[in-house]
Design a binder for this molecule. Structure first.
Ligand code: FRU
Length: 497
């Protein structure tokens, strides 16, 4: 009984415990930077995760440091994450850590920027070479029809990262292709902005201060394009005429800058966070996936930027709504978790109380039994004995009455003896002896004699009969024997009465 209660209690606790939302896979995300483009990518990943509750993300940011990124990847390896997503800072520098993860059996998705080598599971990212080509085509569009070469300033990202290299290569090789058809080619100079707006602002301002004349700036991302635009604005007096600026990414800030006219255009560079998570889910579930995904890029001018911005804002609004819904759901979940914990505690306490109460009850029951055995049972036995005695004496009285009746009716009968009594009372000789002894305290012959002596006394007192006559009447063998018996019983002679 007690075991059943404890087992059912444990079962219900287990059932309550099992209803929790437990992710099955832990995925590490190693981000090289934390700029607006990457925040967009992170947001896309978080959104996609709503469809994959089995995945739990842990994100670490290297803030542009190769050493920190390698250390963070190594810590993910030590923690034995189920999958690693890496957006490498500098392709060559981060390669060893990525290789270590891959060789440790952790599937690796390289996102956005590539690493050198082939030791990764899947790659998803934009077409950086194509971005460079789009830059070149835009530049050549401006150059077209001008006799003098235009002056172009390229603001690059961090050297060594694949977008910096590929965008530059794409641009230069595309211009070379134009060279075969065009007479006039642009003059291209390069400065390094390291992906940051502030760095771009400084290097462009510095470039303009040295009185170098430029008509066009191509920045390898929107943030640096905006930084360059601010530098042009602040360099009034150094630069000559207006400068046309192109960015890359098509993030919210970039589209806004195009719509505002701060920069002239941008090339989209998809951040693909949703696709990365989708691929991770396929890999983790052992489902087929694409090993190398290169995403499309396109030019966005003021006309295209407007609807895109509206779409983007609407999407952000949707995302915000989703985020609020998620926060509410999470809060509700937390509340439910709290309520569940309270419920478990209450059930455990009630269960414990129940078990304790049951224990006390059983203990009391055992004690009561012992007490009853010790105290009440002897009393009961006594009562039973008394009852028995009462019943016995009632039977004895009845027996005595019957025997007395029979004896008294046959006092003058010389045949009145033990045998006679036995047959009259339907008892054996032994039974008669035992019974008469119990009831009267004497043997049956003594009893008969006593009854005869009492009748004799009565006759002597109430009639004129002589001692002799009385002795004979009551079957004494002789008057002498009667006298002897009378003296013994009454303590005096029959004549003395
Ligand atoms: C952000 C960023 C983007 C750029 C991409 C290339 O870190 O600099 O602006 O397009 O990385 O990986």
């Amino acid at each position: 009984m007690r075991n059943t209660i404890i087992i059912s209690l444990l079962c219900s606790l287990c059932m309550l415990g099992c209803t929790g939302r437990h992710p099955h896979y832990r995925v590490g995300v190693s981000q090289c930077l934390d700029d607006a483009w990457r925040q967009k990518m992170n947001e896309e990943m978080r959104r996609e995760l709503l469809l994959h509750p089995e995945i739990e993300l842990s994100t670490r940011i290297a803030y542009g440091s190769n050493a920190l990124q390698c250390a963070q990847i190594d810590s993910f390896i030590r923690e034995r994450v189920d999958l690693l997503i890496v957006s490498p800072n500098v392709a060559e520098a981060v390669r060893p850590a990525v290789t270590r993860a891959y060789k440790a059996g952790i599937p690796v998705i390289v996102a956005d920027r590539r690493v050198v080598g082939n030791e990764w599971t899947s790659f998803i990212g934009g077409d950086n070479y194509r971005v460079g080509q789009l830059m070149a085509q835009w530049i050549m569009g401006i150059q077209a029809g001008q006799r003098e070469p235009i002056h172009v300033l390229e603001v690059t990202g961090l050297p060594g990262s694949t977008p910096t290299t590929l965008r530059h290569e794409g641009m230069m090789e595309e211009i070379d292709r134009f060279a075969q058809r065009q007479e006039t080619l642009p003059e291209i100079a390069s400065v390094m902005g390291s992906w940051y707006k502030e760095d771009a602002y400084k290097v462009v301002l510095e470039y303009l201060r040295t009185n170098k004349h430029i008509e066009v700036i191509v920045a390898q991302n929107d943030l640096m394009a905006i930084g360059a635009a601010e530098a042009v604005r602040d360099s009034k007096g150094y630069g000559k005429g207006s400068v046309r600026i192109m960015g890359v990414d098509g993030i919210l800030l970039g589209l806004q800058a195009v719509v505002d006219g701060t920069i002239e255009c941008t090339a989209t560079y998809p951040s693909c966070g949703d696709l990365v998570i989708e691929t991770a889910a396929h890999i983790l579930a052992d489902e087929p996936f694409v090993r190398d995904t290169v995403l499309e890029t396109m030019m966005v001018d003021a006309d295209a930027a407007h609807p895109m911005l509206m779409q983007y804002t609407a999407r952000l609004h949707d995302l915000e709504t989703m985020r609020i819904v998620q926060v509410n759901a999470d809060q509700r979940w937390e509340k439910m978790k709290f309520e569940r914990t309270v419920l478990i505690v209450v059930i455990v306490l009630v269960g414990l109380l129940f078990v304790v109460a049951l224990g006390i009850l059983l203990w009391m029951q055992t004690r009561l039994k012992t007490e009853i055995r010790k105290q009440i049972l002897p009393q009961l036995e006594e009562v039973e004995q008394t009852l028995e005695t009462i019943q016995l004496s009632q039977r004895d009285i009845a027996f005595n009455e019957r025997m007395k009746q029979i004896v008294d009716d046959h006092l003058t009968d010389p045949n009145l003896n033990v045998e006679y009594l036995g047959s009259a009372l339907q008892m054996s000789r032994t039974q008669i002896f035992r019974r008469v002894k119990t009831v009267t305290g004497k043997g049956p012959l003594d009893y008969i004699r006593e009854r005869r002596l009492l009748r004799a006394d009565e006759l002597l007192r109430t009639t004129d009969m002589t001692i002799q006559q009385v002795a004979l009447e009551l079957c004494f063998s002789s008057p002498g024997y009667f006298t002897k018996c009378y003296k013994e019983y009454f303590g005096k002679l029959p004549s003395e009465r």
